[in-house]
Ligand binder design. Structure first.
Ligand code: MSP
Length: 529
């Protein structure tokens, strides 16, 4: 069994509306983790996709005069395009209207049924179409769902899943795997929900209605055509449909669901944690399928301090933000990398954050344009102009030792943070190192050395920084993949030597290694008047 397999999933997005910053954020965070794990040498599978069934999607389609399938095709393609625009490195894009998924969801149902966890009864209670969730009377706040969504009273024949039987099993799971739900604050919320408040209340979990009869846009319940599966049961199954379930022999299922230690990881927004941390493991236990390794819930973005909502008209469209960045003269690639960087750097993953263009400009200018961009442009240009683009032998240069030791510690430091999903802290480590490089350059002042014709010393300083830039660029790859890739191209580091294992002294730039012509990569965001 190889534990070097890693499976990470984003939620699959509802196609009732076009993508916004929330979708971009979840997807980018998964992408960064996927790229990091590849850098670490893992065999990675990253899944994203669209959630296309249910009442919400059906209603949206009808209100636009489209058939649900036409509507899904149209909006799903927008999510696929966004994934491309944002340079996501996903390996698969699943749609719940695909045959492979419908077959998988139905088989999953049959297993739950065969194992005795499904029964037929009548559901009577509240339902919020916006959340696609059932709510108890006791959960409503001023007649609305706790999320603020409108609720409707439903009474219909329904199949139920015996969720109540899983209370103790779930609590035992959270106990045995303390980081199953992350971050800690969110884990506590889940515990409290499953316990039924602060203290343990036997029977706190109600059985879950898992089929609907009042509309038809869904996966048909096996052997009962009047029912469609509850959209969350259908949707959650996507994570295994994409690995070939129900074919247990499928190598993908074996490799990425079973033979893996640090995964599967499901990254989700905090609003959909209950479905992933409670219902999904219960379904899997009921079906006797191994559980994921971790559910990580991230926070929500506000827009300049305001909750983002369609009715307030302040939804942040990622495309619009990229256009805004291009108005400063950024290329598409620079805009995408800046956007990715800001989202992951600005806010600790798991916390809520505020999206604000002023902060965006300050952050990117200080850290990418000044700290890293200027450094690389200044130093590489000097090497190119003064030493024919060649690195000198700096292995004996005593003054470089302290700085390069810091460089070679980056992999351990970053890995420690990434293992906690602390993206902002992983970046912080890189930025601290870049500051140390700048300090070194300021102290050694290679331009003065040049003026004073101390060429040998100047070359030692420049080559030390070139090596430091190699390390910086390797470490930056998950966050700003295109720009760091170009930096490595400029440094003439071959494609095969860009993973974390090359980030050490054994692979340092060799004497006479020749760099390519440097180009400015990290433009400052400045309004030109
Ligand atoms: N279809 C379900 C997920 C099914 S997974 C088996 C769904 N889709 S969604 O399109 O409504 O939401 C997808 C993600 O976007 C969620 O993780 C949600 O938290 C995230 N966001 C929506 N608005 C957001 C912000 N304002 N900020 C950050 N993320 C937010 O739920």
């Amino acid at each position: 069994m190889s534990y070097k397999n890693f499976y990470i999933t984003s939620p699959i997005y509802y196609v009732n509306d076009v993508p916004h910053i929330g979708h971009a954020y979840t997807s980018i965070s998964c992408d960064v983790m996927a790229r990091f794990k590849r850098l670490e040498g893992f065999d990675v599978r990253f899944l994203t996709g669209t959630d296309e069934h249910g009442q919400k999607v059906e209603k949206s389609a009808l209100s636009r005069g489209k058939t649900p399938q036409e509507f899904c095709d149209e909006i799903s393609s927008k999510f696929r395009e966004l994934a491309q625009t944002l340079s996501l490195s996903h390996d698969d894009f699943i749609r719940t209207t695909q045959e492979r998924h419908k077959k998988s969801a139905q088989e999953f149902w049959k297993i739950l049924e065969k194992n005795g966890w499904i029964y037929k009864s009548v559901y009577e209670g509240w339902y919020a179409v916006r959340d696609e969730a059932f709510y108890g009377e006791d959960e409503l706040i001023n007649g609305k769902a706790p999320t603020g969504a409108d609720v409707e009273w439903h009474k219909e024949e329904s199949y139920f899943f015996k969720l109540s039987a899983f209370q103790d099993k779930l609590l035992a799971l959270y106990d045995a795997v303390p980081d199953f739900v992350q971050p800690e604050s969110k884990r506590n919320e889940v515990l409290s929900f499953v316990r039924g408040g602060k203290d343990y209340v036997k029977g706190a979990l109600r059985d879950l209605s898992i089929s609907r009869t009042s509309f038809s846009w869904g996966v048909k319940v096996p052997d009962d055509e009047n029912h469609v599966m509850y959209v969350w049961l259908d949707a959650l199954t996507n994570y295994i449909s994409a690995l070939g379930f129900p074919n247990e022999q499928d190598p993908l299922l074996q490799k990425f669901w079973c033979d893996t230690k640090d995964s599967p990881v499901h990254v989700v927004g905090k609003d959909i944690l209950r479905f992933h941390a409670v219902y999904w493991p219960a379904f899997l236990m009921a079906a006797q399928i191994p559980l994921p390794n971790k559910i990580f819930a991230h926070g929500w973005w506000t827009n300049s301090g305001q909750k983002i909502s369609k009715s307030l008209g302040n939804v942040i469209d990622p495309h619009q933000e990229l256009e805004w960045l291009k108005s400063f003269g950024c290329s598409h690639e620079q805009a995408v990398d800046y956007f990715r960087y800001f989202l992951l750097r600005e806010v600790p993953f798991g916390n809520d954050g505020d999206y604000n263009r002023k902060n965006f400009v300050t952050r990117v200018n200080a850290e990418l344009a000044n700290n890293i961009g200027n450094l690389s442009q200044r130093i590489l240009s000097m090497i190119y102009k003064n030493n024919d683009g060649k690195i000198v032998n700096f292995s004996h240069y005593e003054d470089a030792k302290e700085l390069l030791e810091k460089a070679y510690k980056l992999p351990a430091e970053i890995t420690l943070e990434m293992d906690k999903f602390a993206f902002d802290q992983a970046i912080e480590k890189i930025i601290i190192f870049a500051r140390a490089c700048n300090l070194f350059v300021d102290q050694k002042a290679p331009w003065t050395l040049k003026k004073e014709h101390r060429v040998e010393e100047m070359n030692l300083v420049l080559s030390t920084i070139a090596e430091s830039l190699r390390c910086l660029a390797i470490a930056l790859q998950p966050f700003v993949p295109t720009l760091s890739g170009k930096m490595l191209d400029m440094l003439n580091v071959d494609e095969k030597s860009r993973t974390l294992k090359f980030l050490n002294a054994d692979f340092a730039l060799k004497p006479d290694h020749k760099i390519n012509e440097p180009k400015g990569l990290f433009p400052r965001l400045e309004t030109k008047n």
